[in-house]
Design a protein around this ligand. Structure first.
Ligand code: GLC
Length: 555
């Protein structure tokens, strides 16, 4: 078993990391050129977004060949070189396995289209209803119906995402065997980390029926069979390697299911990514809305998940950012007046939780959402569809743009800012997505005189060196406080009468704030980390926190 609590994952969106050949798209050789930067962070594993062969309709999440590197990003030799250089640095590779669906350009789909009955069973093909309407009323997560005509036949195929991403039918043993072969191929190449894309939607109900508008997700999410399929995948592929680490991306899931997915006794996955805590700026649960985030809800969700996962042997990857989310600093911090302090506070709130932290490229230098002025700047199919749907709902162009700007996935997909120069030092060509703000935020200046990167280094070192952070339990504190997210990490220390305790306080707002410290925590203490360089050894009844202050003390 891996010591998951001592590890930190770094996510690289290859397309936007560093472009070595001037075509405007980041590539594997670009990552190799930046290894000295990555080394400085001292992370344990890098999750790479998919760089397999793909028509790129959903930026690589539409895979047409699971066994090859897309020439856009490089060659298999480049991958092997990157892998061996990372190994020398003690960094493992985590590959992104998109097994819920494949591209309609994949040979399985092409064979199915050509009439091959065996391959037709790899997909969900259904006839229209008697009245001629689509097989079910399900909607695609990227907008529009979830069904598309299967060539010029009378059938339709299911796509929960883009129409070029056909859902694979996992009920078919042959499909599952093919997918086991994919994972096994990469295991044999020495890969030990896998992130499984939207893995909890692989088990659609056997009979596909209309939703009543409310139960749609339940018809294909977290069904009991997902657990069976994961156990099988584990046993036949990565589970053969005791040092493997897996994380499942869970869409609209429940804590009960996540405990099962990640409890080692179940032999499914090592950990889960969940998103409830990021939906606190959604109006009525809808993504394409714009409202300030609900701090109390954020606290409640993080607390609930921490407690229940800990009590029941589950394990989460803890994170704010990824390639599907706008930068957390733009959502929950103050990038204008308190960029550094709010970036550090957010990092502290997440990194000291129980779980395995995952850092998304750029957050360690305090990157923020780009300043685009028109919908033409966005590339993502989801953003473009959403803009059209908002207009159709009656929003005017300015309103629709304002909403898209606040939620688009392109926000975090913006190229990494390396320098303040042209194209943020990302590419000699024209970047596929336009960087903005690089004069203010870039790696070169950050390493020379910024404080965020150095603070991340401290948080990462803490996780490796402090067992309370790595393996301790979680207790909520000051649950009703409307400004501070506070919690306690605890660990029974062998041979000592009292458990070790670390108190973590995060002021989520831009004003000074006096927080009341419960009696049991007052007294002698040691500062574990602080983003205001605090140095004291006694905690009194009232502590005045600075704007966006984060502080952890051992009591
Ligand atoms: C996951 C990926 C996202 C992708 C979707 C469909 O949510 O993170 O980028 O579009 O799955 O594969």
């Amino acid at each position: 078993m891996q010591d998951l609590g001592k590890k930190v994952i770094y996510q690289i969106y290859t397309k936007s990391f560093y472009d070595s050949n001037g075509d405007g798209i980041g590539d594997l050789r670009g990552i190799i050129e930046k290894l000295d930067y990555i080394e400085k962070l001292n992370v344990d594993m890098i999750w790479f977004n998919p760089f397999f062969v793909s028509p790129q309709n959903d930026n690589g999440y539409d895979i047409s060949d699971y066994y090859q590197i897309d020439p856009l990003f490089g060659t298999m030799e480049d991958f092997e070189e990157l892998q061996s250089k990372l190994e020398k640095l003690g960094i493992d590779v985590m590959l992104d396995m998109v097994l819920n669906h494949c591209s309609t350009e994949h040979e399985w789909f092409k064979k199915a289209l050509a009439g091959d009955k065996e391959h037709q069973k790899y997909f969900y093909l259904r006839p229209a209803k008697e009245d001629g309407s689509l097989p079910t009323n399900w909607v695609s997560k990227f907008g529009g119906p979830a069904w598309e005509r299967f060539g010029n036949t009378e059938l339709y195929y299911l796509h929960l995402y883009d129409k070029t991403q056909a859902d694979l039918d996992w009920h078919n043993q042959k499909t599952r065997d093919e997918l086991v072969n994919v994972v096994d191929f990469w295991c044999k190449k020495g890969v030990r980390g896998f992130r499984f894309d939207v893995i909890n939607v692989i088990g659609k109900a056997r009979e596909l029926v209309d939703s009543n508008g409310e139960n749609e997700r339940a018809l294909y999410t977290d069904t009991p069979v997902v657990h069976d399929y994961l156990k099988e995948l584990n046993q036949k592929s990565f589970g053969k390697y005791p040092d493997s680490i897996t994380v499942g991306e869970m869409s609209s899931t429940s804590v009960e299911n996540c405990i099962k997915y990640s409890n080692p006794k179940e032999h499914e996955l090592s950990m889960v990514f969940t998103f409830h805590h990021l939906k606190v700026d959604y109006l009525d649960g809808k993504k394409w809305t714009k409202i300030p985030f609900d701090f109390m809800k954020l606290k409640q969700i993080l607390t609930k998940w921490q407690l229940q996962m800990a009590t029941n042997g589950g394990w989460s990857s803890v994170f704010w950012n990824n390639h599907d989310q706008p930068f957390a600093l733009s959502r929950f911090g103050d990038p204008v007046n308190h960029r550094e302090k709010s970036a550090e506070m957010l990092a502290t709130a997440i990194h000291l939780l129980r779980g395995t932290p995952c850092i998304y490229q750029g957050e360690e230098i305090g990157m923020i959402d780009p300043e685009y002025d028109g919908i033409e700047d966005y590339v993502d199919v989801e953003a473009i569809n959403a803009y059209g749907e908002l207009l159709a709902q009656g929003y005017d162009e300015a309103q629709a743009f304002d909403i898209v700007k606040s939620k688009a996935r392109d926000n975090s997909r913006v190229p990494m800012h390396w320098t303040r120069g042209k194209n943020a030092g990302f590419s000699h060509g024209t970047p596929w997505l336009r960087p903005t703000d690089q004069e203010r935020i870039n790696v070169e200046d950050e390493l020379a005189h910024g404080e965020i990167f150095a603070y991340y280094q401290k948080l990462i070192a803490l996780r490796k060196n402090d067992d309370v952070i790595a393996c301790g339990g979680f207790l909520p504190l000051l649950e009703d406080d409307e400004k501070v997210f506070a919690y306690v990490r605890t660990l029974e220390a062998s041979g000592k009468a009292n458990a070790r305790k670390i108190l973590v306080l995060n002021n989520f707002f831009g004003e000074k704030y006096e927080v009341r410290i419960p009696d049991e925590f007052c007294g002698k203490c040691r500062v574990v980390i602080s983003n205001y360089e605090r140095d004291f050894c006694y905690l009194g009844e009232v502590l005045s926190l600075e704007p966006y202050e984060a502080l952890a003390v051992e009591i």
